[in-house]
Design a protein around this ligand. Structure first.
Ligand SMILES: Cc1ncc(COP(=O)(O)O)c(C=O)c1O
Length: 373
């Protein structure tokens, strides 16, 4: 199987597995225990904290470990909201469901929740930004890079305009693909996920500035400064740390290679009949490409490519299964019929030029024979 769905999840890097194994076998201590096995586990968690901080351009003391990106987003949105009086919260119109759903949930508790409109390229509109600057909301959440289109938002600009607003940034897809700087974005909170960067599932982080008032979602333990009760998933955290270290060290080389492969793919796809590449002129992640073929349903193309041994996704993985147009593309004003045809290709560090050519050849054959489900 040729795997082109790295924005859904990445394979576990062999070097990450090696780093994790001792914590799945002999080093079984609880990081809260005072004895030696406990101290060994604590040291491992703290090493990982420093590694994740380095990838995010943050201080280790700002890293709170969670079970993944969804929990980090929930902790950011709901944890902040529980600490404030109900007010106004604004999120980008193309946010991941793990930001959009907790925001919608807050409406039940008196919060005024709205989305920030995006333009045809998926970027938050200037008029919307002006409105934010004029009357800053209590909370704003904007993703750094979109999981479907790969579009990169100018979060720094939003931070500069929205003075007095608590700003959260979902950097789950950006991490390991473009340079990250928590301080540089001006955000107060930033979410990351281990399994998107070659780490295991079950570990993520919320980077939080010390000034942010946060209420935990999980009570019952003093772990993570009392903000996330529960014994730490030591092996997964160690794996996340190692993956973060590798992503930071290899970032430049990986992103250059990925960009080359993605550009070749894009060129090949655009040469095929009736294809549209979304957010074509926006600054995008180097590994991501979303397109549609007029007259084809996205799920159909995913299944046809699967028969050729190629794994891609229709829209975001979380939305797969539902034959509805991608909400991200609808927010960008894409025609619903075309949005239903969206296919996302997300490359990873181990993909090769040969695999890219195989994908283009398979897609060409499918469209040539006019195979439809
Ligand atoms: C932009 C974005 N945010 C958050 C998440 C959720 O991360 P996790 O799978 O670690 O819960 C995802 C996962 O696809 C994502 O793409």
């Amino acid at each position: 199987m040729i795997y082109f769905d790295h924005n859904a999840t990445t394979p576990l890097d062999e070097r990450v597995l090696e780093a994790m194994l001792p914590y799945l076998k002999s080093c079984h201590g609880n990081p809260s225990s005072l004895h030696r096995p406990g101290r060994i586990a604590r040291d491992a968690v703290e090493t990982a904290r420093a590694q994740v901080a380095a990838l995010a351009g943050a201080a280790p003391s700002q890293v709170l470990f969670t079970s993944g990106g969804s929990e980090a987003n929930n902790l950011a949105i709901k944890g902040l909201a529980w600490s404030l009086k109900p007010g106004r919260i604004r999120i980008g119109a193309t946010e991941h469901p793990s930001v959009a759903e907790p925001t919608r949930f807050l409406a039940r508790y008196g919060w005024d929740c709205r989305t920030l409109a995006v333009d045809a390229q998926g970027l938050i509109e200037d008029a919307t930004l002006d409105a934010i600057a004029e009357n800053p909301p209590d909370i704003v959440s904007v993703m750094l890079a979109n999981n479907e289109t790969g579009v990169i938002q100018d979060v720094r600009r939003i931070a500069t305009l929205a003075t007095g607003t608590w700003l959260h940034c979902d950097a789950v897809q950006a991490a390991g693909k473009i340079p990250l700087s928590f301080a540089g974005t001006g955000a107060h909170l930033m979410s990351l996920s281990g399994h998107k960067i070659g780490g295991p599932k079950g570990a993520g982080a919320l980077i939080a500035d010390a000034s942010v008032p946060l209420t935990p979602l999980i009570h019952g333990g003093e772990q993570e400064k009392g903000l996330r009760g529960g014994t730490e998933n030591v092996a997964a955290i160690v794996g996340f740390g190692k993956a973060a270290e590798l992503a930071a060290t290899e970032l430049e080389e990986r992103s250059q290679r990925l960009r080359r492969l993605r550009n070749r793919l894009e060129q090949g796809i655009e040469e095929l009949p009736r294809t549209t590449v979304f957010a074509r002129t926006a600054e995008r992640l180097p590994n991501t490409l979303q397109f549609a073929v007029a007259g084809y349903d996205g799920e159909t193309l995913v299944m046809l490519l699967d028969r050729h041994g190629i794994a891609v996704s229709s829209g975001s993985a979380c939305a797969s299964g539902a034959r509805e147009p991608s909400p991200v593309l609808l927010a960008m004003g894409v025609d619903p019929a075309l949005a239903t045809g969206a296919v996302r290709i997300s490359l990873g560090k181990d993909n090769t030029e040969t695999e890219v050519e195989q994908l283009l050849a398979a897609l060409g054959r499918i469209l040539e024979t006019g195979t439809q489900c």
